[in-house]
Design a protein around this ligand. Structure first.
Ligand code: TRP
Length: 337
């Protein structure tokens, strides 16, 4: 008789800076919904990380813990199979971060493409909060604290995973054993969703997002102002689908990809107007977001239940992350009473 194989461990998280949007859904949330059946999955409400660029607005960060947890549940995350936990309530992660900070140089942190991009888009210049520059180290603590080997993320997070694995190798060398597993990313079929204006990635702070709690009217308005092909003025003009946000969203969210391919061909040929493609996208998005919004509304009536789910999940996470911390402390040869 053989023992049942242990499920592979998944850890991923979201900064708690506001409600989740379609970019989160396409980039990673949809993958998480699939992984939760076959994997031991943990979702981290990353409020400490959120503070690294929101220290001026802790009330938003705190309120968003519940917001994002509600988004998870409304989107179909099952708290019976997925552990949902709160980062700031897991002190072992903070202590792992302090230990790992010795495994990385400032020069390496400054080279991280994600960090460079974020420093640029937030206009930090040289005045980067040290906590912000170091959050990739904290993220390495998040991932390894759970000894996760699978991390579903959007494309923007890949440099962070690379840095995590560098830290993993250094820690293992320091400890002289393969204490921590390396982590592999899982990318979705749309690892980077542009904003509705076609610029950059979808982001609430850039005001180009459609949230998972958007009303039908919000959806209609967002689709109406969506960037298409500026040279496609009449239906009979041949249109471009590359860089056309409406088609990128149909790629990401329309389950009937055969029809999408036919629409694209017709659009390129000059046989299809923007209005018609937009109408289809509007329907697709309303069908996706409508049920999530309904469940969100229902969940709003049970704040205590959500709090209980977070408490129970964080309690479980505390056990796992403390175990990891103890092993790393011992591996580093720290004094122990
Ligand atoms: N950096 C992620 C984001 O911007 C959030 C996050 C925190 C995370 N800890 C993580 C993602 C660990 C994956 C793994 O949303």
């Amino acid at each position: 008789m053989s023992l049942p194989a242990k499920k592979p461990v998944v850890l991923t998280g979201d900064r708690t800076t506001g409600p989740l949007h379609l970019g989160h859904y396409a980039g990673s949330l949809r993958t998480r919904l699939q992984l939760q059946r076959s994997h031991a999955q943990h979702l981290l409400l990353a409020d400490t990380q959120a503070l690294t660029d929101n220290i001026g607005d802790p009330a938003k960060v705190r309120a968003s813990v519940i917001e994002v947890a509600t988004d998870y549940l409304a989107a179909g995350i099952d708290p019976e199979s997925t552990t949902i936990c709160v980062q700031s309530q897991l002190p072992a992660l903070a202590e792992l971060t302090v230990l790992y900070l010795n495994m990385v140089t400032v020069a390496r942190l400054e080279r991280n493409p994600t960090i460079r991009q974020e420093i640029h888009s937030r206009g930090f210049g040289r005045d980067i909060p040290a906590g912000f520059l170091c959050y990739p180290v904290a993220q390495a603590a998040d991932i390894t604290g759970f000894r996760a080997s699978v991390v579903p993320v959007g494309e923007d997070q890949l440099p962070l995973l690379e840095q995590t694995n560098e830290i993993v190798r250094r820690v293992n060398r320091q400890c002289g054993v393969e204490l921590l597993p390396e982590a592999s990313p899982v990318l979705s079929r749309t690892p980077r969703l542009p904003g509705v204006n076609g610029k950059a990635k979808m982001s609430k702070s850039l005001q180009n997002a459609i949230t998972l709690s958007a009303s039908d009217r919000d959806i209609t308005e967002a689709v109406r102002r969506m960037y298409t092909d500026p040279n496609h003025l009449k239906a009979c003009d041949p249109g471009r689908v590359e860089g056309n946000v409406v088609f990128m969203y149909l790629d990401a969210f329309d389950d009937d990809q055969e029809t999408v391919a036919a629409l694209k061909a017709n659009y390129q040929r000059g046989g299809l107007g923007d209005a018609e493609v937009k109408r289809r996208l509007e329907t697709v998005l309303k069908q996706l977001i409508g049920p999530i919004r309904e469940r969100r509304l229902a969940l709003a009536g049970y704040p205590d239940t959500i709090m209980d789910i977070l408490k129970a999940g964080t309690e479980r996470a505390r056990v796992v992350t403390t175990e990891t911390l103890e092993a790393v402390r011992a591996g580093f040869g720290l004094f122990r009473f």
